[in-house]
Design a protein around this ligand. Structure first.
Ligand SMILES: Cc1cc2nc3c(=O)[nH]c(=O)nc-3n(C[C@H](O)[C@H](O)[C@H](O)COP(=O)(O)OP(=O)(O)OC[C@H]3O[C@@H](n4cnc5c(N)ncnc54)[C@H](O)[C@@H]3O)c2cc1C
Ligand code: FES
Length: 282
């Protein structure tokens, strides 16, 4: 399928810019990473944790996190699962096709608060994608941090995202622990939920920052476990997802309590959103 958007010119934040799909990495069943370069000009700089609105003409826009390293500009990567209208249309595109990109939007992981601390990344499923830029960022600046640890949970060993990166990340100073819901005959790792492998904690919990992305129910359990282990709630950060439209705090579609997830988030310290997460349970 070839996409040639007509209405994607200029730098107006409402108007998608045309980007070319330079490469497509088939990650998992129904999960791809697009490597994108702008047709004209430079790629926008971005902060780890930010997202873009990806536009497929005739289908619309979807919020997708930037999953590449901030050091890899000019190419931007986005990892998505085909779940609906826009992501389904994205999945049918090919290398060389164009899509529209608006952004980057949103805040970032708290990179300025991490130096001197232990940093634990907790990911569930393709929640590892929004964490990859901050993992890469901390590994590029490895000496600034104490322990760096990734705790990663997936349904089964065959759906571990970015497995090809694990040995490079380990060599660069990231401890990685993986758990799956269902093992296979060859799986020798842990089986169970991520909270089961959060103990023992690497170092002093008060000197630890926990960055979490995955299904919301998983993030609530991880936050609760981290806090019960002694991490202050203001040092537990969750990246939230809600439907998005404008992505600029104008339309109200993503409102979450008094916050707009597109503008005030998607990354929030647990203490700021805790009460609204509880309301979501009602
Ligand atoms: C800040 C942010 C970052 C994000 N980052 C990523 C990312 O990096 N990668 C990623 O894959 N996603 C990401 N998402 C999620 C993504 O934006 C949503 O999944 C988005 O809705 C996909 O758009 P879509 O048009 O493909 O799906 P939609 O058509 O909007 O469908 C969304 C959901 O509704 C369900 N659905 C659709 N149609 C129907 C129907 N007829 N009946 C019942 N259910 C239906 C789908 O199964 C799906 O679960 C992010 C979201 C946010 C807010
Ligand atoms: S998507 Fe419009 S206010 Fe957030």
């Amino acid at each position: 399928m070839s996409a040639t958007p007509q209405s994607m010119r200029g730098t107006n934040p409402w108007t998608p810019r045309p980007f070319r799909i330079e490469g497509i990495i088939a990650e998992l069943t129904s999960v791809w990473t697009f490597c994108l370069s702008p047709e004209e000009g430079d790629s926008p700089s971005f902060q780890p944790g930010q997202f873009n609105m990806l536009y497929v003409p005739g289908f619309g826009e979807a919020a997708i996190s930037i999953s590449s390293s901030t050091y890899d500009i000019p190419q931007l990567q986005h990892t998505f699962r085909a779940v609906g209208n826009v992501t389904g249309a994205l999945s049918r595109l090919r290398e060389g096709d164009q899509i529209g990109v608006r952004g980057p939007f949103g805040n970032s992981w708290p990179v300025m608060q991490l130096p001197g601390k232990n940093v634990i990344f907790v990911a569930g499923g393709i929640g590892l994608a929004p964490l990859r830029p901050v993992i890469e960022y901390t590994l590029q600046n490895r000496t600034e941090y104490e322990k760096l640890k990734l705790i990663y949970g997936a349904k089964s060993p065959d759906v571990l995202l970015y497995r090809r990166e694990f040995s490079r990340w380990t060599d660069a100073g990231l401890e990685i622990e993986v758990t799956v819901d269902r093992g296979t005959p060859h799986w020798q790792g842990h089986i169970g939920v991520v909270t089961e492998i959060m103990r023992p904690f690497p170092g002093d919990p008060e000197q630890t920052q926990v960055l979490v992305c995955g299904p919301e129910v998983m993030m609530r359990f991880v936050a609760r476990e981290a806090i019960s282990l002694g991490v202050p709630p203001a040092q537990v950060f969750l990246s939230l997802e809600r439907n998005m439209k404008c992505a600029m705090g104008m339309c109200g579609v993503c409102q979450f309590g008094p916050e707009f997830i597109c503008k005030d988030g998607p990354v929030f310290p647990f203490n700021r959103i805790q009460q609204y997460l509880r309301l979501e349970d009602l």
